[in-house]
Design a protein. Structure first.
Ligand code: SF4
Length: 323
């Protein structure tokens, strides 16, 4: 059941890199990888974080899972501050919060049979007896579209799509409440992407897992996410429900990203908005609105004043002087 209670709350999250260098060296640059980002994810919902490479999406994912420290702000899991938990509390919580990587191969031990790789966390966390592990492994392999006969094979014997299925099986065997999936389909062929997206939809329906789905591709996010946040240089530019963002995008950056999403009907055409230039160096972000150097609608004040991130309709937030 999808609920109205947030499982994850991110409040004014900041993650700066280079702070410690600055202590010794006055001019050392600080990269504000994530700057004052807030959002929440209700139980059973999937929240999509989108933006170009370098926008801070993965840094937010790692900060939520406490795979790295944060500079400021709060991350609450079921009301408890994750970054204030003791090591023991965090270890007890670990099975409930899982991570699916872009490249599952890098997280698989090449010398470990996949059945053992999928089941090892159950034993590490002492979640079941050794003799039951095999049955549980077979069960999740089947859910993830793998054959139980493949248990004794090694990672190199699988295709990219199958390895991603293994990565997903490793995460769901622990019966997590929350999963961060970081670009889980971007390394796959388009036809395989569709299969993995279908697997995620099946897990949403059957397991009531809450997801943070990170992607640079808005067409992928559209199929899975009920709410979406659009990031640019570590700052949230727009946030709203899927319908709000896709049918009425307000921020020029969101409009440009959506204009690149293909329409399945060949008789319909969307006018493509091509952004000029590349994403600026995060250690020297533009003044005022960080997007002004690429925005086709920028006015003089955009170079000076930071736009307020304001709610323009219920649940729909945007940071732009023109909205
Ligand atoms: Fe463009 Fe100005 Fe709006 Fe930024 S504030 S998105 S530069 S119009």
């Amino acid at each position: 059941m999808k609920g109205q209670t947030p499982l994850i709350e991110v409040k004014n999250l900041k993650k700066y890199f280079g702070e410690s260098d600055r202590f010794f060296k006055r001019n050392a640059s600080i990269v504000k990888a994530v700057d004052n980002v807030s959002f929440s994810i209700n139980r059973g919902e999937t929240f999509g974080l989108v933006g170009e490479s370098g926008s801070g999406k993965s840094t937010i994912g790692k900060s939520i899972l406490r795979l790295q420290s944060i500079t400021d702000g709060e991350v609450l899991f079921d009301g408890k501050n994750l970054h204030q938990m003791s090591k023991k509390e965090l270890r007890d919580l670990r099975p409930k919060i899982q991570f699916i990587f872009q490249d599952p191969y890098s997280s698989l031990n090449p010398r470990l049979r996949v059945g053992d790789a999928i089941g090892e966390a159950l034993l590490d966390h002492e979640l079941c007896e050794k003799h039951v592990v095999e049955e549980k492994v077979k069960e999740v392999m089947e859910i993830c579209g793998l054959s139980k006969d493949q248990m004794n094979r090694y990672p190199h014997e699988f295709s990219g799509g199958q390895r991603q299925r293994i990565g997903i099986a490793r995460a769901i065997i622990l019966q997590p409440d929350f999963i961060v999936a970081d670009e889980p389909v971007s390394a796959l062929d388009v036809s395989i992407q569709a299969q993995i997206i279908n697997l995620f939809s099946k897990l949403q329906r059957q397991k009531n897992i809450t997801f943070l789905f990170i992607s640079h591709d808005l067409s992928v996010v559209e199929h899975l996410c009920s709410h979406i946040g659009v990031l640019y240089l570590g700052t949230m530019m727009e946030l709203g429900s899927r319908d709000q963002l896709y049918s009425k995008p307000l921020h020029p950056y969101t409009k440009a990203l959506i204009s690149a999403v293909p329409i399945p009907n060949p008789t319909l055409k969307r006018e493509r908005i091509i952004l000029k230039g590349d994403i600026p160096n995060p250690s020297k972000p533009p003044s005022g609105c960080k997007f002004h150097t690429r925005c086709p609608y920028a006015i003089d004040s955009c170079k000076i004043e930071v736009p307020e991130f304001k709610e323009v309709e219920k649940g729909h937030f945007v940071a732009c002087h023109l909205v």
